[in-house]
Design a protein around this ligand. Structure first.
Ligand code: ZN
Length: 572
């Protein structure tokens, strides 16, 4: 039995995510986790909410709530939606947890001991009216280059010129609009990533099985221009993890917190401790996933993320881990995704464009979305959600192919043999040919799943469903029944067993439907079809079943048009 640690990029706390976010990391990570569990492997699947930073503070202020309360509420909202989408995390943690506070402070202490942290005094804009330092992007003013009046302190979005806040004409706080700003000196800690360049370079070189796209992104950051830059790990904010050196205070850093980019990935690890603590397990239980000196040597660690997160996961987080000098588990494989676009444009959280996770579940069950999103995952390039394509995919793949198969065979059996697996007859040449085809396709499906080729896996699964339909069409037990009822019984027995087989194979994609299929077949047997022949005899003659309700309702043109209109506008 293999042991597989899986993390999904952690979603930011300030709102409900859209379907593009979902397919960018959490959903494919869930597919992989469910598949590995289905194969009998030991899996630890972790995700969390990313809760620190200025955007969380601003979202809380907008909602009129203290930031801690806002984050606690939004965490519950996100956890509930994740659950309803069938995301099977072993734990859905919080980067603001006490466990992450302690671990982040621990890492900072270790990095300081290793001489990898330096103090830098810098000048930063302070807003007297807001009573706080302002991050560059929260200062607005007129662009000195093009005259655009709403340029941000880091960049003018009109002419794209990179700016310093001090370049802006008539600068003001983007939070309060106040112009009562001044430049103050403040001290921050920097992680000396530049000092770790060679170590990171060697580590990336050892990853010969990574996609070239991934390693080339990392190499670019390591070598382009002046090479890998040192990076600030602290901020002058209230909301965050207080800067400490392990358990000890950090002189000169009072009142400051760690920068969100530093503490967020450490939550991947802290989340495992949250899991152990929540279940009353000792530390050894989570450490065997994360500490190579405590049992994690044989763990395979896979991360799922959007492409924009690759530099971060190949360099910044490894710098923290390697720099600590402690035996923490490093990532073995990264699976990254391109973007999903929405109906001729982009999904936009700020403009409320596209379908958000809660809205999606309001109109259809999770499996409809899971199937479309996974079978159209933006792997080799960006992909696009259109309502026409969604309707077509649901109606054909789910309703016509899988749903129709289950409905036909169970209803036919009930009408001719009653609600139990019929006895009599034997599997012949046609059945043998089907078993051979299924064996070939299931082995291909396994290979694609193992390689995290999401689209290819979906195509293969669909082909497996189609094979059953084609068999049923050719065998035609409704005709056979008139002349050779024994033969029809064998065909129906095979068909009913195929339903169980399909439920097992399809569970990673459509878990809720899979559970309904197993329940209709009145079985708890979810064993993987290592031997397809044997798997097609799992339900013996005389085994009782029930005819399930329609598995998938077709999407009508009227519904499609209604949704198209409803989601084109702005989310209120
Ligand atoms: Zn400009």
């Amino acid at each position: 039995m293999a042991r597989i640690l899986i993390t999904s990029a952690i979603p930011y706390i300030n709102g409900i995510k859209h379907l593009g976010n979902l397919i960018g990391s959490q959903l494919p990570a869930d597919l992989f986790a469910r598949y590995q569990r289905g194969r009998g492997n030991e899996v630890m699947f972790l995700c969390a909410t990313d809760e620190h930073g200025t955007p969380a503070e601003l979202a809380a202020a907008k909602a009129g709530k203290p930031v801690a309360e806002y984050c606690a509420e939004m965490h519950e909202v996100q956890a509930d939606i994740a659950k309803r989408f069938g995301l099977s995390f072993d734990h859905f943690g919080r980067s603001s947890s006490p466990q992450n506070h302690k671990l982040t402070q621990h890492f900072a202490g270790k990095l300081a001991e290793a001489g990898l942290i330096r103090e830098v005094t810098e000048k930063q804009v302070y807003s007297n009216a807001d009573g706080r330092f302002l991050p560059d992007r929260y200062i607005e003013g007129t662009c000195p280059n093009c005259g655009y009046e709403k340029a941000r302190g880091d960049q003018c979005e009109n002419c794209t010129k990179q700016l310093d806040p001090t370049d802006l004409i008539d600068p003001r706080s983007a939070i309060s609009g106040s112009t009562d700003l001044e430049v103050r000196e403040t001290k921050h800690l920097y992680l000396r990533q530049s000092a770790m360049k060679d170590q990171l370079d060697a580590w990336i070189d050892s990853k010969t099985d990574w996609p070239v796209l991934t390693t080339s992104i990392a190499k670019k950051w390591l070598h382009d221009g002046d090479g890998l830059q040192d990076r600030g790990i602290t901020r002058d904010l209230d909301w965050g993890i207080p800067v400490k050196k392990g358990d000890a205070d950090w002189p000169g850093m009072e009142g400051k917190v760690f920068y969100v980019w530093f503490d967020a990935p450490i939550e991947y690890i802290a989340c495992a401790k949250e899991w152990a603590d929540a279940h009353g397990k000792p530390d050894t239980e989570w450490e065997r996933w994360w500490r190579t000196d405590k049992g994690a040597d044989d763990v395979r660690y896979v991360q799922f993320m959007g492409k924009d997160n690759v530099p971060f996961h190949t360099l910044s987080f490894p710098a923290t881990i390697l720099g600590s000098g402690e035996p923490w588990k490093l990532v073995d494989h990264l699976k990254s995704f391109n973007y999903l676009n929405y109906d001729g444009g982009q999904f936009s959280t700020s403009q409320g464009r596209g379908v958000f996770m809660d809205q999606a579940l309001d109109i259809l069950p999770a499996d409809y979305w899971r199937w479309w999103l996974l079978s159209h995952a933006p792997e080799s390039s960006d992909s696009e959600f259109t309502w026409e394509n969604f309707q077509q995919s649901v109606n054909k793949d789910l309703a016509d192919v899988l749903g129709n198969f289950v409905s036909r065979i169970t209803k036919f059996c009930r009408s001719k043999f009653g609600e139990e697996v019929p006895a009599g007859g034997a599997y012949g040449e046609r059945e043998q040919a089907l078993i051979e085809e299924l064996t070939k396709r299931i082995r291909a499906y396994e290979a694609h799943m193992e390689a995290m080729e999401v689209r290819k896996s979906a195509q293969e699964l669909r082909a497996i469903w189609v094979a059953g339909n084609e068999y049923l069409q050719a065998a035609a037990p409704w005709s056979t029944f008139k002349e050779e009822p024994e033969q029809a019984a064998a065909q129906v027995r095979l068909g009913l067993n195929l339903i169980r087989l399909y439920a097992v194979l399809s569970a990673p994609f459509i878990p809720e439907t899979s559970a309904r299929m197993l329940s209709a077949m009145n079985t708890l047997d979810t064993s993987w079809p290592e031997d397809v022949d044997a798997a097609l005899s799992a339900l013996p003659a005389g085994h009782a079943f029930t005819v399930p309700d329609v598995l998938f309702a077709k999407i009508t043109d009227e519904q499609r048009e209604d949704w198209q209109t409803r989601f084109a506008g702005v989310r209120s």
